[in-house]
Structure formats: C-alpha cells, structure tokens
Design a protein around this ligand. Structure first.
Ligand code: ZN
Ligand code: ZN
Length: 266
C-alpha cells in the first residue's frame, strides 16, 4: 500500500473551512493517512478587490491571527506528530512583498501558491467565474489563468503550485489542445524555479494530459491534496490520485518539513 499524504486542507482558520486541526488529525488517523498538512487561505486584499468574495476583510478568507494559528498547530502537533503546517497563498503580483514577509516571519513547513483571482474576480467561485466569462472567451480565460500561474511560479516563493488546473473546476470544459501551450509555459516556469506541482483530488476532470506534459519536462514527483474544507473529507480521492500519478510514470510523492521536500516512492 502506498502511504497516503494529504497536503491541502482548510481548518476553521479559513472562513470557508470547518473543524479544528485536531478534528482533521483524528479523522486522518482513523483513515490511516501517513501525513497531513493544513493549508489555510491567506489572501491579502483591500477595498479594490472586494469583488473577490462578498464582504470585506483585511486578509480575505483568513480568520483569526497567524500567531494563534501557529499556537494551535504546536499544540496539535504535540499530540499528532504527523501534522504539518502550511498556508495557501492567493497569488497576485501586487502582494509579493506581503507573501515574502509572512514566509520570513512564520516557520511554516509548506507554502502553497494559488491563483484564485483574475482581475478582481475569483475564478474558483461558482458565482464569480461567470462574471469573468461574460467579458472573456473561454480560451482567454484559460490562457490568463495559466499565465498568472506561471507568474506565481516565477516568484520562487512557494514550494508548490496548488491545483495546477483549477480553472477547469468550474469553467466549461475546453479541449486540451486549446490550453496546452499556456499550461506548458506555466509548467516550464515551475520547473525552472524548482516549484512542485499539486495533483488536487477535488478538481475533477481528467488531469492526465497536463500530467504527461509535466513528465515530459522532467517532473517525476507530485504533491497531493484533497482541498477538504471539512474534517470528514480529509484524504478524499488521494489514493486514486496517487495511483493515477504512478500510472502516468511519476515516481514519488512529496512531503515537506520546514519548507524542505522529501520524496516517498509511489
Ligand atoms: Zn485553492
Ligand atoms: Zn484550498
């Protein structure tokens, strides 16, 4: 049996997450997961970006304080040493200094870089994506998404790009030949900057086409995440995602401690 790693889930420090870190650990232990990493949303946005989600707050989907989060992590980690601590940063070019500062100040195990925003609209929101699509063709939307993902990779800030193909989560399907080129450019940016890729078991659709491009560029390992927002979902789809990765020729699953990657044979 392949040891299972879930490196993407949201506890109640994300305003769209439910359950404490401990709740996730209890569930993950029952399910026999080897290691899990909590990755709450950290957004940075201001009045200009209120359209991101309804309502306004300084750190978007992050709730509470990073100090409290770290404290809860330490306590939970004492009881469940298989827990790691990360954040899912919303990448936008104008907040790079803020991301850098948080990464310097807090001893995270893992930094996930995500593109959720195009313009000031959240393309991973069922409600907001149609507003973006009303003003852009589907091809443009995919292209703009992957070009932002390439930018996120070029910063070199992150250990990993989250949900590499998340634009497909709520957008109408588009044939891979139509988005291959921008996707490959984002993969090349990740490769060139030593950034890993996440296979997200929530995204759905068939990720095999971009996985093959990643293999062709020399990626032989992936990070895996369920993107759970409630404890009972932790680990969902991870065994299947890891089996698919193995079938597509990937050799290792990635885990992280103090921002350093370790590889486990798939
Ligand atoms: Zn995300
Ligand atoms: Zn997430």
């Amino acid at each position: 049996m392949i040891p299972l790693f879930d490196y993407h889930f949201h506890s109640d420090y994300s305003s769209d997450g439910r359950g404490t870190m401990r709740d996730y650990c209890v569930e993950a232990k029952q399910k026999g997961l080897k290691e899990i990493c909590v990755t709450n949303h950290y957004c940075f946005y201001d009045g200009k970006h209120m359209n991101y989600f309804d309502g306004f707050s300084t750190y978007g989907l992050f709730r509470g304080t990073l100090d409290d989060m770290m404290e809860e992590y330490e306590e939970t980690h004492d009881e469940f040493p298989f827990l790691r601590i990360g954040l899912e940063f919303d990448y936008r070019p104008d907040i790079e200094r803020d991301i850098e500062r948080v990464l310097k100040e807090y001893p995270l195990d893992y930094a996930l870089g995500s593109v959720h925003l195009l313009g000031n609209l959240c393309i991973t929101s069922r409600k907001k994506l149609p507003l973006y699509l009303a003003e852009h063709t589907l091809e443009e939307t995919y292209r703009n998404y992957f070009s932002m993902a390439a930018k996120a990779a070029q910063t070199g800030f992150f250990n990993c790009l989250a949900h590499f193909d998340v634009i497909r989560r709520y957008a109408p399907p588009l044939d891979f030949t139509e988005w291959r080129e921008p996707a490959v450019r984002a993969l090349e940016a990740a490769k060139g900057n030593g950034i890993a890729l996440e296979l997200n078991s929530k995204s759905g659709g068939d990720p095999a086409p971009w996985m093959r491009e990643a293999r062709a560029l020399g990626f032989d390992a992936l990070a895996f995440g369920s993107d759970s927002h409630k404890p009972e979902d932790v680990g969902n789809g991870i065994a299947e995602a890891m089996a698919l990765a193995r079938k597509e020729g990937f050799k290792h699953a990635l885990s992280f401690e103090k921002r350093k990657a370790a590889r486990v044979r798939l």
